[in-house]
Design a binder for this molecule. Structure first.
Ligand code: 13P
Ligand code: ZN
Length: 269
């Protein structure tokens, strides 16, 4: 079967990386059924032949207008598709879309007519802001990490940077590799424009945000970078939960030890 990836090594490598991360999400137990979604801005990997490919779907509305994305191309996980299936067959469980000239609609161009994720408004709103800011970030990942979602069920953790400070203090690397911490988006209906707007606001200050009682949403240079940031935060959450399960409140690194990390790794705060 012919694929848009044939003879396009850079695009193929990017999609293979997405498939690899989809496998990690499943293996981590973060991707029950169709849980989670990935989108990657692949515009830089698109050649003139792809630009002239006809649409294979009807025109569909995004729900918001995003002028910065005019003519951009995205790989999107398909709505209702499973990460564990995407890991093996990325072009049957996701598709490549083109944002049309009205900046409010899109069409699928390859390989199959797989409808993009229901969280498309959140993903594309974030990509649009990244393009506007000239950011090198190309990937956004949403997933359902067990311990982080569990922690979001306690209001005590949802104040500004309460979780950031707890998670950073569980193991030194978390602060080093997720240096902006974890933002919090209060519960909003999945797939809604309200969720997209709230996510966009919170991602001004963070690379990863926690969607209360739902999951996390991360942006990164590529899909692996976005995954890594979620993974280090999740590791800290697991350490916290394990300590609590052993019957004690974990001590956490001291403020002096955290400060020492900031200086040693030249971190923003
Ligand atoms: P999709 O299957 O539409 O990507 O939705 C999964 C999800 O996690 C929604 O928040
Ligand atoms: Zn979700």
């Amino acid at each position: 079967m012919k694929s848009i990836l044939d003879n396009r090594e850079a695009l193929k490598a990017e999609v293979e990386k997405i498939a690899e991360v989809a496998g990690y999400l499943w293996q981590n137990g973060w991707a029950e059924r169709n849980g989670g979604n990935i989108t990657v801005n692949v515009t830089d990997l698109i050649d003139d032949d792809v630009r002239s490919l006809p649409a294979i779907s009807e025109v569909r509305q995004i729900g918001i207008t995003l002028p910065a994305l005019k003519g951009c191309y995205f790989y999107c996980k398909g709505t209702g598709k499973r990460m564990r299936d995407l890991a093996r067959r990325p072009m049957q469980n996701g598709s490549i879309i083109r944002i049309l000239d009205d900046c409010a609609s899109y069409a699928i161009i390859a390989d199959e007519e797989v409808m993009p994720t229901s969280e498309l408004p959140s993903h594309l709103a974030v990509h649009a802001r990244l393009v506007e800011n000239g950011s090198p970030y190309k990937a956004t990942v949403h997933t359902h990490p067990i311990e982080l979602v569990a922690m979001s069920h306690n209001k005590r953790f949802l104040g500004k940077d309460v979780l950031t400070d707890i998670l950073w203090s569980m193991i030194p690397e978390t602060k080093a590799f997720c240096p902006l911490g974890l933002g919090v988006v209060p519960y909003v209906l999945p797939g809604s424009n309200e969720l997209a707007e709230a996510t966009l606001r919170e991602l001004e200050d963070y690379d990863v945000v926690l969607w209360e009682k739902h999951g996390v949403f991360a942006k990164g240079l590529d899909v692996m970078d976005a995954f890594d940031q979620i993974d280090v935060l999740s590791k800290s959450a697991k350490i916290y939960v394990n300590a609590k399960a052993m019957g004690f409140e974990p001590e956490g690194m001291s403020q002096a030890q955290m400060k020492e990390m900031t200086i040693a790794f030249n971190l923003p705060r």
